[in-house]
Design a protein around this ligand. Structure first.
Ligand code: S3P
Length: 441
C-alpha cells in the first residue's frame, strides 16, 4: 500500500447520490462461511477492498475456490472444511479477517501460521486465542499474543464463554470454532454487538439460538452442523456511508444521498447520535436485502450541537467515533464520548490520533484514557481552522475523517498515508470529488 499524501480544500456544496461500498463485516463473513460450506456460494456487492481481498486469498489457501466473476460478484465453492495451507496466511491490515479466520481454522486438525502488516502485528490476539485455547486449540506466537503466530487446530470441546470486552470479532471466532467443536459453543455478550455472523450462519442453514439477556445476548449453536452454500447480497457499509453523510452535514448548502445503506440496529448508533446533534438525516425506501434492512440515507447541511454520547451506544458505532469527532468539531458546544477503551486497539490508537489530528486543525479536544471530548466551534460552520498535516499511522478511518474535516475548514488539510483508505473504501477520493469535494494529491 502506498504512502500517498492527499490534500483537501474547502468545497462548495456537496450534492449527489452515491452508493456506499459493500459492508466490510458482511463481506468477510460471506467469504469465510462460503469456504466452510458445502457447495457454491454466490456473493453480490462484495467489498473489494484490500482487507476483504486478503480474506479471499486466505480462503483459497485453506482449500476453497474463491473467484471474482465481475464487479463485486464472487463465486465461492467450499469443501465443507479447511485443509492445511501450504503458506503463511497474511491478513494485511485486517483484525476482522485475522480473528474470524483463526476461529474458523481452529475447528480443523491443521497447523496454520498467520501474519499481517505492521499495524495488525501490534494488535491483541489473546482475546480470541484465550477462548480458542480453552476449547482445545494450541498456538505459539513469536512475541506475547501478537502475530505472527502458528495455530494448531482440531479436537475442540464445547465452551460457554462470556465476552470480557464487547467484540463481534471474538464472538464470531468462538461461534465459527464451535461449528466444529464437540458440543458446539455458547457465547454470552453483556452488550449486544453486530450480529452478522449469527444471521449469516442461519442463511447458510445452521441452527443458532439467540436469547436476549439484560442489554446483551446469549448465543448458542450445536457442533457438527454442515453449512450449505447460498446467495449473499452484501448491503452498503454504514461505516463507509458515514463519511459522505457527515461531509454533507458540515458543508454549507449540501445535500447527499447514500443508497442501499445497511440499517441493522446494531450498526446505526451514529445516525442516532447525529440526529440528537440536530442533523437533518432522512431515511427512505427502507427494504430488505439479503436478510438485512437497507435504506437510502440523505444528509443535508445542518447546524449541529454538541451532545453527551451514551457509552452503552459504543458497540453500535464503534468504527464511527473518528468521523463523529469531525462532526463534533463543527457543532456548537462540547461533544463528550466515553466508554471507548476499544478504540485504543483498533487499526491505530484512535483516541490518540483523533485528539492529535483535530488539535493540529485547531479544534479543542480533551483526551481521556477511555474517552474524548471535542469542543466545537461556538460560531458554527467555517470556524474550524484546518491547516494541519495529519499523521494517520496507516489508519484508513483516521485518513478519511480528516479529509472530510478539510472540506469545511478554513485552510486545507493534508493526510500523510491516504493509500490505506483502499482497505475499506476503494475509490473514496473519486467518490468525494464526484460530489464536489476538492481532494488532490
Ligand atoms: C467487526 C467488529 C468490530 C469492528 C470491526 C469489524 C466485525 O471490532 O470494529 O471493524 O466485523 O466483527 P471488534 O470486534 O474488535 O469490536
Amino acid at each position: 500500500m502506498t504512502a500517498r499524501r492527499l490534500t483537501v480544500g474547502r468545497a462548495g456544496p456537496l450534492t449527489g447520490r452515491v452508493r456506499a461500498p459493500g459492508d466490510k463485516s458482511i463481506s468477510h463473513r460471506a467469504l469465510i462461511l462460503g469456504a466452510l460450506a458445502h457447495g457454491e456460494t454466490q456473493i453480490e456487492g462484495l467489498l473489494e477492498g484490500d482487507d476483504v481481498l486478503r480474506t479471499a486469498a486466505a480462503m483459497r489457501a485453506f482449500g476453497a475456490e474463491a473467484r471474482r466473476r465481475g464487479e463485486g460478484r464472487w463465486r465461492v465453492v467450499g469443501a465443507g472444511g479447511f485443509a492445511e495451507p501450504a503458506d503463511v496466511i497474511d491478513c494485511g491490515n485486517s483484525g476482522t479477517g485475522a480473528r474470524l479466520i483463526l476461529g474458523a481454522a481452529a475447528g480443523f486438525p491443521l497447523a496454520a501460521t498467520f501474519t499481517g502488516d505492521a499495524s495488525l502485528r501490534e494488535r491483541p490476539m489473546r482475546r480470541v486465542l484465550k477462548p480458542l485455547g480453552e476449547m482445545g486449540a494450541r498456538w505459539a506466537a513469536r512475541s506475547g499474543d501478537r502475530l505472527p503466530l502458528t495455530l494448531q487446530g482440531g479436537g475442540l470441546k464445547r465452551i460457554s464463554y462470556r465476552l470480557p470486552e464487547p467484540s463481534a470479532q471474538v464472538k464470531s471466532a468462538v461461534l465459527l470454532a464451535g461449528l466444529h467443536a464437540e458440543g458446539g459453543a455458547e457465547v454470552v455478550e453483556p452488550e449486544a454487538t453486530r450480529d452478522h455472523t449469527e444471521r449469516m450462519l442461519r442463511a447458510f442453514g445452521a441452527r443458532v439460538e439467540v436469547a436476549e439477556e439484560g442489554g446483551g445476548r446469549r448465543i448458542s449453536l450445536a457442533g457438527g452442523q454442515a453449512l450449505r452454500g447460498t446467495l449473499v447480497r452484501v448491503p452498503g457499509d454504514p461505516s463507509s456511508a458515514a463519511f459522505p453523510l457527515v461531509a454533507a452535514l458540515i458543508t454549507p448548502g449540501s445535500e447527499v444521498t447514500v443508497e442501499g445503506v445497511l440499517l441493522n440496529p446494531l450498526r446505526t448508533g451514529l445516525i442516532e447520535t447525529l440526529r440528537e446533534m440536530g442533523a437533518d438525516l432522512s431515511v427512505s425506501d427502507v427494504r430488505e436485502e439479503g436478510g438485512e434492512q437497507v435504506g437510502d440515507v440523505t444528509a443535508r447541511h445542518s447546524q449541529l450541537r454538541g451532545v453527551v454520547v451514551p457509552p452503552e451506544r459504543a458497540p453500535s458505532m464503534i468504527d464511527e467515533y473518528p468521523i463523529l469527532g469531525v462532526a463534533a468539531a463543527f457543532a456548537e458546544g462540547a461533544t463528550v464520548m466515553r466508554g471507548l477503551a476499544e478504540l485504543r486497539v483498533k487499526e491505530s490508537d484512535r483516541i490518540a490520533l483523533m485528539a492529535q489530528g483535530l488539535s493540529a486543525c485547531g479544534v479543542g479536544v480533551e483526551e481521556e484514557p477511555e474517552g474524548l471530548t471535542v469542543v466545537g466551534s461556538v460560531r458554527g460552520n467555517h470556524a474550524v481552522a484546518g491547516g494541519g498535516l495529519v499523521a494517520t499511522h496507516g489508519d484508513h478511518r483516521i485518513a478519511m475523517s480528516h479529509l472530510v474535516l478539510g472540506l469545511a475548514s478554513e485552510a486545507p488539510v493534508a493526510v500523510d498515508q491516504a493509500g490505506m483508505i483502499a482497505t475499506s473504501f476503494p475509490g473514496f477520493a473519486e467518490l468525494m470529488r464526484g460530489l464536489g469535494g476538492d481532494i488532490s494529491s
